[in-house]
Design a protein. Structure first.
Length: 398
C-alpha cells in the first residue's frame, strides 16, 4: 500500500470523514425505526432498518480501527515517546470530552424529560437536576449519550500507553511479528471473522453495545481489538499488502453478510425476535460483514482515495467538532418538528439539513475563537496549511 509509513495516508483521512458522515446519517435515521431514539419523531418507517443495519455491524469497528492507525502515526510523530503521546491524547480527547459532558450533552436528556412532563426550565434543570445522579421521570441523569465513543477511545489509548510502557521493546516486536504472521496471509479474512464471531456470540450482551465501561465486555474486546489492528496496520508493510490483495474478496463477503442481515430484517422487522434456530446465523453474518467491510474499505481507501485535495485539511479538522455537536442539535430539532404534521421524507431532510448546518456552524465559530478551540477538539493554534501532494505531511489525527 502507498505511501510509505513515514507519510500521511490521505485515504485514511477520507475514510474517516466518510465514516463520520455515515454515523450522523445513522443517528438521524435511527429516529425513524422501531428501535427508538429517545422518542421517535413521527413514527416508524419499516424499511429504514435495512440500510441502518447495513452500517451498524461495521461503522464503529471502522472508526476504532482508523483511530488505532492514527494513534500509531501520532506516536511516530512523537518519535516513540509514550509519555508525550499519552499526554497529548489525554488533552486532545479529554478536554472536549469534559466540555461535551458538561455543556453539550445535557440538552438531550432535558428534551426527553420535557417530553415526559418535566415542567422546569433548562436553567433550573442544569443547576439542580442535570448532574444529580438520580432518576427523574424515568430518565437517569447525567448521561454520556454519543460521547461514549470518546470515552472508549480515550480508554483504549491510555491502555495502549500502559502496554507500551510495561512491555519491553523486544516483547512488543515479537507480539507484532506474531500478529503480522497470522494476519498478513490467507488467514486475514477468515481469522478476523472468526474472532469477531467468537466475541459477539460468546461474551455477554453479544451485539448489543451497552455503552457502559464496566459492563461492555463484548464491545471492548471487539472495538479494542480493532483499535490495536489499526495500530498494527500503520507500521506493517506485509499486512498492508495483504489488504491490497484481498480487499475485493472482503467486499463480496461484506455484501453477502449484509444480504443475510437484510433478509432477517425483512422477515422479522422492528422488535420481532429472530427465531433461535436462525439467531446464530445472524450473529455470524454480522460478524462477517463487520470484519470484511473494514478490510474492504481500507483497501478501497488505499486504491482510490489516497490523494490530497484542498478540502481535506478542513474536513479532517471539522470531523471531531461536528461529532461533538451533531446529536444534541438533532435532538433539539427533533422534538419541536413532531407536531408539524410532516411525512417521513421532509422530516428526514429537515433533520439532516439542521444537523449539517448547526454542526458546521459549531465548528466554524469554535475554530475562530482561540480559547474555544481545545474545547471542541482542535489544536490551540490554527494550522490551516495545505501540504503539497508529493511531499510528506504531518501524521493523521483522530
Amino acid at each position: 500500500m502507498i505511501p510509505a509509513p513515514s507519510q500521511r495516508h490521505y485515504g485514511m483521512d477520507w475514510l474517516r470523514i466518510g465514516a463520520f458522515i455515515l454515523l450522523i446519517l445513522y443517528h438521524v435515521g435511527y429516529s425513524f425505526t422501531a428501535w427508538g431514539y429517545q422518542t421517535p419523531t413521527r413514527g416508524v418507517v419499516w424499511w429504514a432498518e435495512i440500510p441502518l443495519l447495513g452500517l451498524s455491524a461495521w461503522r464503529l469497528a471502522l472508526l476504532f480501527a482508523i483511530s488505532g492507525y492514527a494513534s500509531a502515526a501520532l506516536l511516530s510523530r512523537d518519535k516513540g515517546r509514550v509519555f508525550e503521546f499519552g499526554w497529548s491524547r489525554l488533552k486532545r480527547l479529554g478536554i472536549p470530552l469534559l466540555f461535551g459532558l458538561i455543556f453539550v450533552v445535557p440538552p438531550q436528556p432535558y428534551m426527553g424529560l420535557v417530553n415526559g412532563g418535566y415542567t422546569h426550565g433548562y436553567l433550573y434543570y442544569f443547576l439542580h437536576d442535570a448532574f444529580s445522579y438520580r432518576q427523574i421521570l424515568g430518565e437517569y441523569v447525567p448521561r454520556v449519550m454519543h460521547l461514549w465513543f470518546v470515552i472508549y477511545l480515550l480508554g483504549y489509548t491510555l491502555a495502549l500507553c500502559v502496554l507500551l510502557l510495561a512491555l519491553p521493546r523486544p516483547v512488543r516486536a515479537a507480539i507484532g511479528k506474531a500478529c503480522e504472521w497470522l494476519l498478513a496471509g490467507p488467514l486475514l479474512i477468515p481469522l478476523g471473522i472468526a474472532l469477531v464471531y467468537l466475541v459477539r456470540s460468546e461474551v455477554r450482551f453479544g451485539w448489543t453495545d451497552m455503552h457502559e465501561v464496566l459492563r461492555d465486555r463484548a464491545a471492548h474486546l471487539h472495538y479494542g481489538g480493532m483499535f490495536l489492528f489499526g495500530f498494527l496496520l500503520r507500521g506493517s508493510e506485509p499486512l498492508r499488502q495483504a489488504i491490497a490483495r484481498q480487499w475485493k474478496i472482503a467486499a463480496v463477503i461484506a455484501v453477502l453478510g449484509f444480504l443475510w442481515v437484510a433478509r432477517d430484517c425483512w422477515l422479522y422487522p422492528g422488535r420481532v425476535a429472530t427465531p433461535a434456530r436462525e439467531y446464530e446465523w445472524l450473529v455470524f453474518a454480522k460478524s462477517a460483514e463487520s470484519w470484511a467491510a473494514v478490510i474492504a474499505l481500507f483497501g478501497i481507501a488505499d486504491r482510490f482515495w489516497n490523494h490530497n485535495h484542498r478540502w481535506r485539511t478542513t474536513l479532517s479538522e471539522a470531523v471531531f467538532p461536528v461529532y461533538i455537536a451533531h446529536q444534541t442539535i438533532m435532538v433539539l430539532v427533533m422534538y419541536p418538528i413532531r407536531g408539524w404534521g410532516l411525512t417521513a421524507l421532509p422530516e428526514f431532510l429537515i433533520l439532516c439539513g439542521s444537523v449539517a448546518f448547526g454542526s458546521w456552524a459549531f465548528y466554524l465559530v469554535g475554530r475562530e475563537v482561540g480559547p474555544l478551540r481545545p474545547l471542541i477538539g482542535l489544536k490551540r493554534h490554527k494550522t490551516h496549511r495545505l501540504p503539497r501532494p508529493d511531499s510528506p505531511a504531518e501524521p493523521t489525527s483522530a
